[in-house]
Structures are given as structure tokens and as C-alpha cells.
Design a protein. Structure first.
Length: 274
């Protein structure tokens, strides 16, 4: 199945980025997990964050998602400083995160997963009943709007394919009004057709202006999904490249710390094995 190209409408360069990290530092004892990282996420872009294990990717996205607080530095939304003490505060500001485990309840149906912790009810005080019919209608509409194909909103999640599960997790995040969607390894362990459907969903969300952040170890997925690539190494931001202007070799060299190394006169260029 042919992968569609990721395209983003041009944005007003004078406008502040939707989300930005400024001078972020996070340490654990003497280990600097994130060291003075400043990174902007303009509206509608799909930024892939790449790097080896221990590069600081997970720590950075947990700070963006409110799961961790930085020791120094700040976050900004639309140019205004914000502080998230909890993930709930980040979600209230429009930042939703889909982790690799998807955080889905396997033995509950699709509707229950979409509304988990946010169930619609009616009544007064302790005398409330769940509006299951309305929840099912909203679930169907939300997934149809994103072109996520599932057998039924009454289907238990454990019976869905990997791509369908990923679509439900992303649909849940988008349904709750997120402006920024963070995804950890969104195409891991998916077959070619399911990966293509997830990419179509990423493209569709990008065209709507949703800002997306993707963490992945798979450079094929990175070049398929992203519009820009941020490379981290040993807790620092090595650089940001526009995906269309880069290639696998350049990103691999940046990840390996070889991007700025020049060979001595008469010596061959260094390789990742050096």
C-alpha cells in the first residue's frame, strides 16, 4: 500500500509557535537527562524526536506532557509561559499523549475506552446514570471523522488489530480537544497496511492544524511521518532538520555524534563504527 505524502499548509512565520520548550534542564542525581534543550513546535507541524537510548527523548516528552517537571527552563503555549504540575493540567491546556502501551483497557469496549474517566452522566448528586447511548454516538462520530475503521464501538478493544487500537487511542486524544498530540512509537509492531492507515491519520490531523510530536527509533517511519526531525544525543538537542531537506545518512550521523566531525587531511571520513 503506497504511503501518502505528509503536507502542511504554510503558516504565518511571525506567529509564536504553538508549543515551545525553553532552556529545559532535568537531572537525576549527577546524570543530566536533558541539558538546556530549547525546541519549538509550530502549529500543524509533525516533529519527530530521534536519538539513541539515553538521549533524553522520553524525559523531554514527559516534561511536555506534564508527567515530569523540569529543574530549570519553561514551557510556552502561543508564546505564553505555562507550568504543568500534572498530566491533567497539560491535557487541560490541549496536550494529549499516546504512549507506546496506548493505555487502553483491553476488556472494555471502544466507547468505554474513549470516555474512560470522562463518562457522560445525568442526574443529581449520587443518583446519576451513564449516558451510554450518547457516548456511543459520539464515539462513532469521532472515529468516522478520523476515518478510523472498527467493527463496532461495542467491540472489546482486545479483539481489535494493532492499527485499530492505535486509531482508538489517537481518536480518544483528538476527541478531547487536543491542540498538541504526542505519540510514542505510533507505528511500532504494525504491518504495512496498518502503518499506512496510521500515517494517513497523521496527515489528516496535520492538515487540520494539529501539532504532532512523534518519538521513534525507526528512521523509515520518521521520514514517512514527519515534516521536521529533532535529533537528541546525550541529553542535548543536536539539531533540527526539515525532513524534505535531509536523508537517513545525515540523521544517523547526527545521532551518532559524527555530524560535525571532519576527517583529518589524508584520512577517510569517520563512520558510525569509529
Amino acid at each position: 500500500m503506497e504511503m501518502p505524502e505528509t503536507q502542511v499548509e504554510p503558516r504565518d512565520v511571525a506567529a509564536p509557535p504553538l508549543l515551545a520548550a525553553r532552556g529545559i534542564i532535568k537531572s537525576y542525581g549527577g546524570v543530566h537527562a536533558v541539558s538546556d534543550v530549547s525546541l519549538e513546535f509550530p502549529a500543524g507541524t509533525v516533529t519527530a524526536i530521534v536519538g539513541d537510548n539515553g538521549a533524553g527523548k522520553s524525559t523531554l516528552i514527559k516534561i511536555l506532557a506534564g508527567a515530569l517537571q523540569p529543574d530549570e527552563g519553561r514551557l510556552e503555549i502561543d508564546g505564553h509561559p505555562v507550568h504543568f504540575a500534572t498530566p491533567a493540567q497539560a491535557r487541560a491546556a490541549g496536550i494529549e499523549t499516546v504512549y507506546q502501551d496506548l493505555a487502553l483497557a483491553d476488556h472494555r469496549d471502544v466507547t468505554e475506552n474513549l470516555f474512560m474517566g470522562r463518562e457522560l452522566t445525568r442526574g443529581w448528586g449520587p443518583f446519576r446514570v451513564t449516558e451510554i447511548g450518547q457516548m456511543r454516538r459520539q464515539t462513532s462520530e469521532a472515529l468516522e471523522d478520523l476515518n478510523v475503521k472498527i467493527p463496532s464501538v461495542r467491540q472489546q478493544v482486545r479483539r481489535l488489530s494493532g492499527g485499530q487500537r492505535q486509531g482508538v487511542a489517537i481518536g480518544r486524544a483528538v476527541h478531547w480537544g487536543s491542540r498538541v498530540l504526542i505519540m510514542d512509537e505510533p507505528m511500532a509492531a504494525l504491518g504495512l497496511q496498518e502503518a499506512a492507515r496510521v500515517q494517513e491519520l497523521v496527515v489528516r490531523l496535520s492538515q487540520r492544524g494539529l501539532t504532532q510530536i512523534v518519538v521513534s527509533h525507526n528512521l523509515d517511519h520518521v521520514f514517512t511521518l514527519s515534516t521536521r526531525i529533532a535529533v537528541m544525543r546525550l541529553g542535548r538537542l543536536v539539531g533540527v532538520r526539515q525532513t524534505a531537506d535531509s536523508d537517513h545518512e545525515e540523521i544517523v550521523r547526527m545521532v551518532a555524534g559524527l555530524a560535525d566531525r571532519s576527517p583529518a587531511p589524508g584520512q577517510p571520513a569517520p563512520t558510525a563504527a569509529d
